[in-house]
Write a protein that binds this ligand. Structure first.
Ligand SMILES: Nc1nc2c(ncn2[C@@H]2O[C@H](COP(=O)(O)OP(=O)(O)OP(=O)(O)O)[C@@H](O)[C@H]2O)c(=O)[nH]1
Ligand SMILES: [Mg+2]
Length: 202
């Protein structure tokens, strides 16, 4: 377990529905967040592999559950972004249902990395996810990404505001300023994710 390293991630499969995911064994950490928040970019920064997860300027890029394996018992999953209006409604409804079922039923899911743009207030989806994780005993690490777009002091204020919100609501989530392009928070986020993967893992 001490050898677990995100840098060893390799692409496994892309699923359109839950039934296509790998057997529900071992330990999984999922990357969730609103469309275009920077989930796939965060995955690439954390794994140190620039082309591992597909990123795009166009919201709605990831339209599958993309599975990356670290070893036979540990996986990372890139979830489709939530809520992009230009994705057709039937697709959005499909993903609402699949992500909901995934979060509720996936026994190997041990933690969620919630990715949100540091420049904006946490939106309803983000708050629901934080609440859901707290209510269901899932560990949650909030990455406030695109920190390179703010001054250090404004980034620090955003982190503090999110921490205050979490403690007020009783959400036990870690909060970090993050930047995929500048590398901010990458080492700390790696440690947090490895620790989620290690929990009850073996
Ligand atoms: N400046 C800056 N841009 C970023 C950062 N992370 C992501 N981006 C940009 O934000 C856009 C969206 O990034 P993605 O990683 O594709 O976002 P996503 O959350 O996976 O999006 P969907 O797959 O559509 O849900 C791209 O243009 C990225 O280059 C960051 O840390 N800093
Ligand atoms: Mg994506």
């Amino acid at each position: 377990m001490t050898l677990l390293s995100l840098q060893r991630a390799r692409f496994n499969l892309a699923a359109h529905r839950l039934s296509q995911l790998p057997a529900d064994e071992g330990v999984e950490v999922a990357f969730a967040g609103r469309s275009n928040a920077g989930k796939s970019s965060a995955l690439n920064a954390l794994t140190g592999q620039h082309a591992l997860a597909r990123t795009s300027r166009t919201p709605g890029r990831t339209q599958q559950m993309v599975v990356f394996v670290l070893d036979e018992a540990h996986r990372l999953v890139d979830l489709p972004g939530y809520g992009y209006a230009k994705v057709p409604e039937h697709m959005r409804a499909h993903w609402r249902k699949e992500i909901d079922a995934y979060l509720n039923c996936r026994a190997s899911l041990h933690g969620v990395v919630l990715v949100a743009d540091i420049r904006h207030e946490l939106k309803a989806f983000d708050r629901q996810m934080l609440h859901f994780c707290a209510a269901s005993g899932l560990r949650c690490q909030l990455l406030l990404t695109k920190a390179d777009k703010l001054s250090r002091s404004r980034a620090a204020t955003a982190v503090q505001n999110a921490r205050t919100l979490c403690s007020r609501e009783g959400w036990d989530a870690g909060v970090l300023a993050f930047s995929s392009s500048a590398g901010t928070g990458v080492d700390e986020a790696r440690q947090a994710i490895v620790s989620m993967l290690a929990a009850n893992g073996d």
